[in-house]
Design a protein around this ligand. Sequence first.
Ligand code: ADP
Ligand code: ADP
Ligand code: MG
Length: 657
Amino acid sequence: MIQSLLIANRGEIACRIIRTARAMGIRTVAVYSDADANALHVRQADQAVHIGPSPARESYLVGDKIIAAAKATGAEAIHPGYGFLSENAEFAEAVTAAGLIWVGATPHSIRAMGLKDAAKRLMAAAGVPVTPGYLGEDQSPERLHAEADAIGYPVLIKAVAGGGGKGMRRVEASADFPDALASCKREAASSFGDDRVIIEKYILSPRHIEVQVFGDTHGNVVHLFERDCSLQRRHQKVIEEAPAPGMSAEARDAICAAAVRAAQAVDYVGAGTIEFIADASDGLRADRTWFMEMNTRLQVEHPVTEEITGVDLVEWQLRVASGEPLPKRQQDLSINGHAIEARLYAEDPAKGFLPSVGRLDYLDLGKSGRVETGVEQGDAISSFYDPMVAKLICHGKTRHAARTGLTAVLNDVQVFPVKTNAGFLRRLLSLPEFVSGAIDTGLISRIGEVITEQPVSDAVLLAALSWRLETYMAAEAAGDIAMAPEALFGFRLNRPRAPAHLPFTMNGAHHVAYALPTRTRADWEWALTIDGRIDLKAETLPTTYGPSAEDNPCGPVMIFDGGDAYEVRFGADHDAAGIGTTADGAILAPMPGRITAVEVTAGQSVAKGQRLLTLEAMKMEHALTAPFDGTVAELNVAENGQVTEGAVLVRVERAGE
Ligand code: ADP
Ligand code: ADP
Ligand code: MG
């Protein structure tokens, strides 16, 4: 057995590999770039070697530096993880040539499966059904166009060297083909250094079904059943599960047998995945499931297979690389229950899934389920690498149990200030289509904004207001405050007050709230309106986090609700009169309006509470008063002047400053 292992990767997969290696008593060596000097995988490994600047091209993709690091630390073997050099046949060869063990597929298999055209030819010859299409012997635009016309639209143009969802164009009609081809070729040339393409029939109602296979150096190949990775955005997986919902035993046998044939055709050694595309318009059928490509490495979503089979795939990789036979035969493998994985990304679903990088000042990934991550609170998501924060995995006896378990985990995810897709993933798991298993790769783009752009709930708005009002009330009324969360008239006071105007921003969007004193038979109460709405309702309020409102009445305060994060900032502090004042004594216009009276002049001494200006806005007069004793240091308005929201109207300098 290997005694020491260098992991030529970073992030969650490096941590994942270190965990198994450690359990097997194997010494671990990490490598790291400048950006990762203090990364979790570096902290977890027994030893770590710096291999260069932050860009992957100058560090994680430089094979020579990695091999030198292995030599320098006496590591016997190199595990490439996924991405980076994992499917680089030259690197695999160099590792072996340096006398090291390569924990991965042989260079021969990597090459055979590396290009989509050659792989499909090989598979067709091995009797594996392949997606109908043109494999591109002749790359002239005319020929490609004619082939696309013959296949029939829609078609998918794919870069032969493509990967990671890049280098693909769906074409709806013949007239669109020339432009799509040119743009696909440009992307392929710049991303993969190879502009050749193939053309495939675009499968409608497509489901992405893949089979985990494993081979050893003794000629054994087994499969570990299928995964369904149909929930994708921009051809990239976000939710994966095993087994595939709705897969019959017969279809499973046929598809998994085809996957084993595919692996045998390239004398496959190690962990690999055969990806199929299925036309699910009539359920999952073996005769409508076609080979798409083989990934000759450990896959991101391997944990769901581990959960249902009880196999540690990294352990198998290390055993097979050490020359041992596969620990289990096909008949010893079976499916136990159901597992679902969600990829938690640092991105903003409402902004087209734009990556959101930065330091994870607050990070809570829930209290249950399996978590695979490469970061801890205080670490950063860097723009140099894939912005995945974690993989969250739940296993259950049934699909329903796994789904509800994962929903609960996502509900508890709290990340700030980096934005994540947690709320989006949670909503995805609750879609009727997902619940019933009626999924396909187009689901996310079809559903669109319903799940990417969540309107702010009343509960979140009320939580923000209650955080702010509690201090306001405490300061003003010194007690006597009660709040029923569902109540519109929730704030009790023993005497009437001026209307509190509380403008705030939530994730940058402006909101206007009013707390108005209202006479009831027994008492005075406060009526809350937010953005003109008076019918705000919530059963319970989410918790708020931040400096106490008393310490910093403007916030920011964080509210986490069902995986979504809201940052709330109040536009201004509030003095006794309830109108905005900042800490330095600047009084801001809480809303657009007209100045109806100016009661002071610049340089004048004023006492706390003294009226300075009157603002007429939203059909009401608002008195703006001095927040403390001092002098009028700045006066920017005149009677009858119109003011915009947030404008500094007047500034009072504290006496003695
Ligand atoms: P999976 O099917 O496991 O999701 P992908 O092909 O999407 O695999 O990619 C797996 C990982 O490898 C991802 O982290 C992705 O960013 C990375 N990756 C894939 N292709 C490339 C590439 N051509 N260059 C760099 N990284 C890549
Ligand atoms: P990559 O190497 O980038 O992973 P794949 O060939 O595996 O490329 O395709 C990625 C995704 O694109 C698939 O998971 C599927 O959603 C979609 N796709 C690929 N081929 C087809 C096809 N012929 N018809 C419909 N969708 C397809
Ligand atoms: Mg793929």
